[in-house]
Design a protein around this ligand. Structure first.
Ligand SMILES: CSCCC(=O)C(=O)COP(=O)(O)O
Ligand code: ZN
Length: 209
């Protein structure tokens, strides 16, 4: 049975969810300094996104801006807004997008970039990802090289999303994690589960050395 998508939010609900998730992720050290950015779909055409350059654990409602998903990002919005808007265009079911910069996401994506993806398998926690129903499922997390040209990176991610309908997340090497969900709660669950799954992978690499 699949989870029903959460209905689109009004701006004040979306802002409240974004402020809350920022605090939740910040206290867990997933968005150090001013890193990370978040968004919440408002309707078929618009999404609420975080302002650029602010501490994402200290967001206030005024730090949440409205973007048209088919137009250039609003002034002052996250430098990575194109990566959020692209997900709302390519994944109509996506209601929230979260980008984090944890130690394990930056490090493991750097170490495994040459493989182009991480394949997660044989962990019970995989069942926290999307509609995954068994630890035996192979969940692929693509790894893209980091790029300061965000529209160029967004084009590469779009090509992958259009080819691979199974994805729940991707990594940018030495940078961080992008994941999304059919509600803010699902996107947050993906961040937490992936943090653990990436840590398992890093620990496995140490054991194998
Ligand atoms: C200080 S982290 C560098 C920028 C970045 O990768 C990030 O996630 C935060 O960018 P924003 O423009 O959303 O603040
Ligand atoms: Zn970033």
């Amino acid at each position: 049975m699949s989870i029903e998508p959460a209905p689109a939010a009004n701006l004040s609900e979306a802002a409240r969810e974004i402020v809350e998730v920022g605090r939740f992720l910040s206290v867990r050290n997933f968005v150090p300094a001013t890193s990370g950015n978040f968004s919440r779909r408002l309707d078929a055409r618009t999404a609420a996104v975080t302002r650029s350059g602010v501490d994402k654990g200290e967001l206030v409602e005024a730090d949440i801006l409205v973007a048209d998903i088919h137009a250039p990002p609003p002034k002052g919005s996250s430098a990575e807004t194109p990566l959020h808007l692209q997900l709302y265009r390519d994944r109509p079911e996506a209601q929230a997008v979260l980008h984090t910069h944890s130690v394990v996401a930056a490090l493991l994506s750097n170490l495994r970039l040459a493989e182009g993806e991480l394949v997660l398998q044989d962990f019970e926690l995989l069942k926290a990802l999307g509609d995954t129903r068994t630890h035996e499922a192979a969940v692929s997390i693509p790894i893209f090289p980091n790029d300061q040209d965000i529209p160029r990176l967004a084009d590469k991610v779009t090509a992958m999303l259009q080819k691979r309908t199974d994805l729940v997340a991707y990594l940018i090497a030495g940078h961080g994690l992008y994941t999304w969900g059919r509600s803010m709660a699902e996107a947050r669950r993906h961040v937490v589960a992936l943090e653990h799954l990436l840590t398992y992978e890093l620990e496995k690499m140490k054991v194998r050395r």
